[in-house]
Ligand binder design. Structure first.
Ligand code: ADP
Length: 339
């Protein structure tokens, strides 16, 4: 178990700074997810923690040790990747046991460890199989077991579920959450998928262009996004964001430097009448452009003076109506600075 501390860590590849002065503390025992679009520096950050990449500047601490000059094998970190990297000619047992090479553990103790861990990840009956006879989910479990057998201080997982189909991915998410609870070890998990981040992490680091946008609990990232990037990145459909100028005249006067206004698609009401009552709403006369019915909910794309926006509605879809009013409670509006 260990806390991880990145002190002003940067990485330059050629002339490009891909990780910019990251200064974060990953709590001991947490399930911390680093999330952001492709190319934003997630893997590089993870690889620097693991020691597979050397930071250009800054310090990395694991527990009480500055590991800047510690080679990867000595950092006591286990890594799991999306492509499993299993040995095809070895059995499941052999693959898991491989994690113990160089650990000089007596055979009997090794076998006990393998048994215990394969039980935790549900592989006991597959120990004598080769990876090619296993499903994607089972292979991912072997990769996890191989990492676990080393009893690392920290697990780092780089998009470990992205090669699995949607259903299996959902199952594995739950299994990983349970595994983390059982082990109590720090997990640092990288994904570009905000749903994965929200459902798995107890701490989320939102990264964009090598810069930390926000580090917070999933609920805070969702309910109190600190900037437009985080607001738009977390949540499906994305938060609607538009220029304050376009809706200013419909809103009570504000103090401060507001550039953008936003609201979540599920927080707006759709009114059939043009002038619904109630003064605590931002009302925008709108035209329905598309309507996507998903069963329990319908996603409307509407257009109005502020631009195009998505509205998620749980009431029955409107038939033959094109003109509606979007009503957003003032209390559900978000305000962001000029950027
Ligand atoms: P992510 O994991 O968020 O997709 P990466 O950390 O893999 O992003 O990459 C961040 C940026 O650094 C990208 O622009 C990528 O092309 C670049 N990059 C990553 N590794 C190298 C490398 N070994 N050499 C040069 N550029 C690299």
């Amino acid at each position: 178990m260990a806390e991880i501390r990145l002190k002003n860590v940067s990485k330059i590849f050629k002339d490009e700074k891909v990780v910019k002065d990251i200064d974060i503390t990953i709590k001991d025992g947490s399930f911390t997810v680093i999330v952001g679009p492709s190319g934003c520096g997630k893997s590089t950050t993870l690889r620097m923690i693991a020691g597979l990449e050397r930071q250009t500047s800054g310090e990395i601490w694991i527990g009480d040790d500055c590991v800047n000059d510690t080679e990867p094998g000595k950092r006591n970190i286990a890594m799991v990747f999306q492509n499993y990297a299993l040995y095809p000619t070895m059995t499941v047992r052999g693959n898991i046991e491989f994690g113990l090479v160089n650990k000089k553990i007596p055979k009997e103790e090794r076998e006990k460890l393998i048994q215990d861990i394969s039980e935790i990840v549900g592989l006991t009956e597959y120990l004598d199989q080769k990876p090619q006879n296993l499903s994607g989910g089972q292979r991912q479990r072997v990769a996890l077991a191989r990492a676990m057998v080393k009893k690392p201080k920290v697990f780092i997982l780089d998009e470990p579920l992205s090669n699995l189909d949607a259903k299996l991915r959902g199952q594995m998410r739950i299994e990983l959450i349970q595994l983390h609870k059982k082990l109590g070890t720090t997990f640092v998990y990288v994904t570009h998928d905000q749903v994965e981040a929200m459902s798995m992490g107890d701490e989320i680091i939102v990264l964009n262009k090598g810069t930390v946008q926000q580090m917070d609990s999933p609920m805070n990232v969702y309910h109190n996004p600190e900037n437009v990037f985080t607001a738009e990145f977390i949540g499906t459909p994305a938060m609607n964001i538009f220029a304050y100028e376009k809706v200013k005249k419909h809103l009570p006067p504000l103090i401060g430097n507001v550039g953008f206004v936003g609201f979540r698609p599920e927080h707006a009401l759709l009114e059939r009448m043009e002038n619904g009552s109630g003064s605590m709403f931002l009302r925008l006369a709108s035209k329905i452009i598309t309507m996507e019915t998903l069963g329990a909910e319908t996603i409307y794309t509407v257009e109005n003076a502020a631009g195009k926006m998505n509205i998620k509605s749980f009431i029955e879809p409107f038939d033959n109506i094109q003109e509606i009013t979007v009503a957003i409670p003032y209390e559900k509006l978000y305000y962001f600075d000029e950027q």
